[in-house]
Design a protein around this ligand. Structure first.
Ligand code: SIN
Length: 415
């Protein structure tokens, strides 16, 4: 049987359905993620043809100096539940393209999507032993094996900063290469000259993607005082249009959160903000009973918090849910200072029509990725990654392969 016919019958819709059932995101988003995940495979399959070496200037007439690139070795990967397909292919595709085998531990909440991809990889002809999945509840022990084993040469992780630090410390014992895609606290800066409707739509899309459970989700919206009320009222109106429900139901535009613990975490951030003087323009007060829970998931009403300030936990912590605080600022310098006042540095977004302001602000933001008048910044062709405690290394793009390659200098003597 050809590889093509072996794959027939399993498609984007099937993978999307598995994802919606185990992770909760609405079907349309899940379909989008399958396409996003597949794009990494195509991209790195092409990039594999472009792993170049180098011939260096000779230091003497009888010598030649070369650099070759070799696979780094066995890769240990630990992946999150929020993107159970794309975060897998973003690691597996460059590993295979570089010639590395990979041992992957999926999130305990979402092993099925990963197992489906592994099955498809096998059917497509990926040699056995190259892509290995270890699902399991014992995340700590699996993590220790991957970070401690002498055969594993690189550890790649997407998840919380807290866990990332533990893995880095463990990997340091055998001096492994690590790449870490960790937490975020993405600010959206809306300046008074911005196209407000565009800013509303951009902030909204980046906030409520995957019910707010994305590392680059809008975590805070900072609005210049002259346009604060206009932005707030337009944004609130749009937030009220979300239809919350089962991801398989075509009318739903937002699904549940991943667990009850996630709902409680979001609730406690809202409670803290309200206790410190913030107000809701829409959404729910902290959930104190099970009224929003149903057999299809753990729901939290999309919530907008006004009059937020830096004293609130929500200014500093990653929300990972459909809640967004809106802050006011006066000057460009204030906005940059507020945006940078966090240990995180993954993604930030800026809305302004002023070219020189967009350069100045982009350069001043301590983030690995900045979207100007755009929040849909993810793609297989861009270097995804953060600075500060949001991690190290880049995934995707022409840079993403380097993390899986080792450079070797060869000196040819007696020429
Ligand atoms: C993430 O949340 O870590 C990934 C988001 C993306 O790739 O856009």
């Amino acid at each position: 049987m050809s590889n093509t016919s072996a794959l027939s019958g399993i498609g984007q819709d099937d993978l999307a359905k598995i994802m919606t059932l185990e992770q909760g995101k609405v079907l349309e988003e899940a379909r989008g993620e399958v396409a996003y995940g597949a794009a990494y495979i195509e991209w790195f399959a092409e990039e594999a043809k472009r792993i170049y070496g180098d011939v260096l200037p000779s230091m003497s007439q009888d010598r030649r100096s070369l650099v070759i690139k070799q696979p780094i070795g066995v890769v240990g990967a630990i992946t999150p539940w929020n993107f159970p397909v794309a975060m897998i292919t973003r690691k597996v595709a460059p590993a295979l393209a570089a010639g590395c085998s990979i041992v992957l531990k999926p999130a305990t909440e979402t092993p099925l999507s990963v197992l489906a991809i592994a099955e498809l990889a096998q059917r497509a002809g990926v040699p056995s032993g190259m892509f290995n999945v270890i699902p399991g509840m014992n995340a700590v022990q699996i993590g220790e094996q991957l970070t401690g084993h002498s055969l594993v040469k690189k550890v790649t992780f997407t998840g919380s900063t807290r866990v990332g630090k533990i893995l880095m410390a463990q990997a340091a014992q055998t001096v492994k290469r690590t790449s870490m895609e960790l937490g975020g606290n993405a600010p959206v800066l809306v300046f008074d000259d911005a196209d407000i409707d565009k800013a509303v739509d951009g902030a909204l899309a980046a906030k409520f993607r995957n019910a707010g459970q994305t590392c680059i989700c809008t975590n805070r919206i900072l609005v210049q005082s002259a346009v604060y009320e206009e932005f707030l009222s337009k944004f609130t109106k749009k937030v009220q249009e979300f239809v919350i429900g089962d991801g398989l139901d075509k009318s739903s535009t937002m699904g549940p959160l991943i667990t009850r613990t996630a709902v409680n975490g979001v609730s406690s951030l809202v409670e803290d903000a309200l206790n410190k003087g913030a107000k809701l323009t829409t959404g729910t007060k902290p959930i104190t009973d099970d009224s929003l829970e149903s057999e299809v998931g753990f729901f939290y009403q999309p919530t907008v918090i006004r009059d937020a300030d830096q004293s609130m936990r929500i200014a500093k912590e990653e929300v990972f849910g459909p809640v967004v605080p809106i802050f006011k600022f006066e000057t460009d310098d204030d906005a940059i200072a507020m945006a940078n006042d966090t240990e995180f540095g993954l993604a930030a977004y800026v809305f302004t029509k002023d070219q020189s302001r967009s350069w100045r602000v982009s350069e001043g933001l301590e983030y690995g990725m900045v979207g100007v008048n755009e929040t849909a910044i993810s793609s297989e062709v861009i270097p995804f990654g953060g600075v500060k405690e949001s991690g190290q290394g880049r995934e995707g793009s022409k840079y993403g392969l380097e993390d899986y390659l080792e450079m070797k200098y060869i000196c040819l003597g007696d020429v």
